[in-house]
Structures are given as C-alpha cells and as structure tokens.
Design a protein around this ligand. Sequence first.
Ligand code: ATP
Ligand code: MG
Length: 585
Amino acid sequence: MKIPLRQYVNLLFRYLKPYWRWAMLLGVLLLGSISLQLVNPQITRYFIDAAQTGRDAQSLVWAALLFLGVALVQQVVGVTAAYVSENVGWLTTNDLRTDLAAHCLRLDMSFHNAHTPGEMIERIDGDVTALSNFFSQFVIQIVGNALLLAGILILLYQVDWRVGLALSAFVLAALVVLVRLRHIGVPFWTAERQASADLFGFLEERLAGTEDIRANGAQAYVMRHFYRLMRALMHQTLKAGLVVNFLFSVMLLLFAVGNAAALALGGYLFFTGTLTIGTVYLVYFYTNMLMRPIDQISQQIQELQRAGAGITRVRELLFTRPQIRDSGTIGLPAGPLVVDFQDVSFSYKEQEVVLDDLTFHLRPGTVLGLLGRTGSGKSTLTRLIFRLYDPDQGVVCLGHDGALTDLRQVPLIDLRQHVGIVTQEVQLFQASVRDNLTFFDDRVSDERIRGAIQELGLDPWLQSLPEGLDTELESGGGGLSAGEAQLLAFTRILLHDPGLVILDEASSRLDPATEHLIERAVERLVQDRTAIIVAHRLGTVQRADEIMILEHGRISEHGPRQVLVNDPTSRFYGLLQTGLEEVLA
Ligand code: ATP
Ligand code: MG
C-alpha cells in the first residue's frame, strides 16, 4: 500500500501541536522506559560474575537492591507512560472527532442522503479510533525501539563481534518475516471489521423499525437475516483469530531460533574461554530483549497501514465541501417577509424533475395553503426556502417589497433566524420538554417558554404532561403523536419569532383534541407573519388567504381562497366537492 507520508505528518502536527507539552513528556517517558531496559542485564551480569569469583556478600546485596530499584523505577515509568500515551491519544483524536462531527453538520443534505448514519459513525468514530495509536505512539515507538535495537546490538558487538554479527542478521531476518506476515493478516481484519459493520448497520435499522417489523410479522425474516450476518461475522472473526495465532506461533518460533543461536554461540565462546558465564547470560538476556522491539516495530508498521486507510477516509471527509456556500452578507429585515420564486427548477437526482419552473410571489403577511398529492413536491418547495438545497435554475428571494434578496446572498444563520420551519416529521431528542423547546439554550427563561405556550393556546397540552416542562421525552419522539410533536415544534418557532413560518403538516390523522389544538395554534402562529402551510386537513386550509395547488412539480392553480371557493370551474372548488381530505391525506 502506498503511504501518503506528507498527509500523515500534516495531520500529526496539526492535532499534536496544542498538546506538545504532553507529547514531549510522553517522548521522555517512553525513551526513558526503553533505555532503562538496558540497565538491569548489566547488573545481573555483574552479580553472576561476582558470585562466581567469590566476591563479598555485601556487594552482591547492593547489586540485588540496585536491580530491584531499577526494576521498580522501570515499572513506574512504564505505567506513567501508558497513562500519558492514552491521554495524548484521546485528546488529539477527540479534537479530530469534534472537527469531523462539526464538519458533517455543515455538509449538504444531499451528502447526508447518500450516507447512512451507520457509515457516519464508522467514519467519525471508527476510523479516528484507529488513528489514536498513530497520534500518541507511532513516532516514539518506532524511533525508541529502533534506538533500543541499535543499543542492544552495539552492546552485543562489544561483547564479541561474532555475537553482534549473528544477532544483527537475526534481527534483520525477523523484521522482514514479521512485517511480511502481518501484511498477510490485513485483509482478514478488514473483512472482520466489515462483517461487524454490516451486523451493526442491520441491527440499528431493524431496532429503529421494531414497530413496523412486528406489525408486518417480519420477525422470522429479520431473525434469519440476523443469523446470516452473525454467521458471517463468526467466520471472519475465526479466520482473523487463526491468522493472529499463526502469527504468534511464527514469532515464537523465530525467537526460539534466535535463542538457540545465542545459546549455541555463547556456549561455544564460553568453552573456548572467550566469555565468562555472566557474559553468556548477558548475551542470552539481550537476545531475549531483542524480541520486544522487533515485535513493536512490526506492530507499528502494521498499525500504520491500518491508520493509512483511516487517514485517507478522514481527509476525504474533511475535504468534502458543502455545495451550499455560506458566503452571503445581506441580512433579512424584521417583520413579515415577502416570498418570491422566479423560474425555479429543482431535482434531487439527474433527470427526475421535482420542481418545474415555479414562479410565484407572496405579499408580506399572506398565508398560503399549499396543496397537492403525495410526491408533488410540496416539502421540496419548503426545503428550498430554508436553503437545505439550492435550486438548479432560477432564484428564490425573501425580503421586503422592493428590496428582495436572493437567498444565496443571505448568511445562513440570518436566514434560519428569520424563517421558522415545522417539518412533517419533527425530530425530538431524548431530553426534557424544556430542552426540546429551546434546543438546550439555557438563556431562554421558563417564563418565555410558558408565554409562548400560552400564546399558542397550548396550556392544556402542557398541563397534560406529567412533569410539565421537566417531562423527559424519549428519543425519536416516542411517546408523542405526530401532532403533539408538531405542537412542540410550533413553540420552538414562536420562541424565535421569525418573519416567515413554514408548516409542513403531518399527513397522519390526528385525534380531535390535538387537531383542535393545532388549528388554534396555527391561527396564532401565522398572525403578523407570512406563512406557507402544506395542508392535509380542511381545518388548516381554511386559515389560508391564498391557495396553491402543485401537480408533478408545477403550479396547477394559484389564487385567493375566497375567489377559488366561489369559482365552480376551479380545481380547488372541485377538491372541496370531492372531499379534500380524501385526496390530500
Ligand atoms: P407528501 O405529501 O407525501 O409529503 P410532497 O409533496 O411533500 O409529498 P416531496 O417530499 O417534495 O413530496 O417529494 C417530491 C418528489 O421528490 C418525490 O418524487 C420524492 O420521491 C422525491 N424526493 C423527496 N425527497 C427526496 C430526497 N431526499 N432524495 C431524492 N428524492 C427525493
Ligand atoms: Mg411532504
């Protein structure tokens, strides 16, 4: 695999920079722990040789104490290094996770349509976790262990050049074999991860759809699919596990060969009288010590390959630019807004025209009832006003009469303050009603919230909640009907006090009590505001000043409601006769 080194270095510097003190400390600790490993064998050699030559007991005791002391310090340094390393790893990768999450929130809707939540989790967390080792350890481990290897080999050369040469050859051979072997393992781990991602993607979707799965009696199908995915995961894990074990055995075998060579050579040199028994022990011990850096280096090289895939994907994501550019500078005026569409066409995908050359104009304070069959493009039209998408052709403008501004020239934050939208499926969060209303903004006082609720005539609803504003909602709006969730969203909007409200009514049927509340709330909400109501109910249609009927993305009728109601040739008149709700709901 080709390794884009420069990208690695850039990323490393960018995220390590704020924590350079920690990184320095980690470097010192790791190098310290590595070099301390070299000390104790020297003490042992002294001990053995001193004991053999019959030196006094006291120096032996001192040597033993020194040995214990060094071992203890080594452990303390090791534990501290592990702590600092985890810390650096998490600090840096959390920054990266934050950047990625914030970046994803800014990306276009079309990006999110094309990527599942499971995939995003894998990108923002999975890939980044794989980078943690790279951030905290890679450089130091490679450099440190290479130094340790060199140190040991130099010491061995000092003992005897033949020993040094033999073990240098061993180190080289072992490194080559291990790096090759680990490379073989990579596809197995990748396959295992993919299998696990598949399983979790499946689970997430099915658990979210429990209600429909039960309603349709699809449990058996789901379970069968589940077994299939679990079996796949089991097979992949088995294979990957076998590869790991095989690698481990090869490594043990390699090290056994190294040990045998060191012992044979040491024994030979002892019998020819070149080495003392202490030195033979030293050679044997150092040979054993070679194993750790060899293992570490080959492991780091493997980690680098794994991080490589992550880095490539992370950078790809970071460099995905939103097509909706937030470069506008013209603010919108306060008060009811004018809405103006000029020759607007739009499609989500090539060749599937969803909005086809729409042109219309709404005076400030008008309430527009938007009607049309399912799929006619009503929600899409509202998304363009909120600039979740930009039109392919034409311009969408907001503003005052005589001072219209193309939405592309309005800062997004300004736009979203002046336009309030209640979508068909309101997203609620697992939090209190208060937090759901204010979007976790503590600055909004309870009085203001209660004021808004009261203004919308939703007191009965608030009183029906067991713990008032502190009532905890379940995630995904569980526990609230679609209508109730919309009532909550109305209050959200009123707290913003926008000049234009867009209401995309839930198409599900409501109980009469909620319906009544909604109608009253809509009446208050649209007072002194321009409003676009995608209506599925006769009650809300009757609030409208103007009616617009969409058909296959085109305007098939647009005019004042009073005029259309009294014109037997109009489509709206026809709709009212055939029963509006039968057609629209
Ligand atoms: P409903 O009354 O059911 O809410 P609608 O009038 O709001 O319908 P839209 O949601 O605007 O209809 O959809 C218009 C067309 O665009 C439909 O053909 C739909 O399949 C398509 N569409 C909607 N959202 C997307 C999307 N995110 N990606 C691709 N196509 C989409
Ligand atoms: Mg819709």
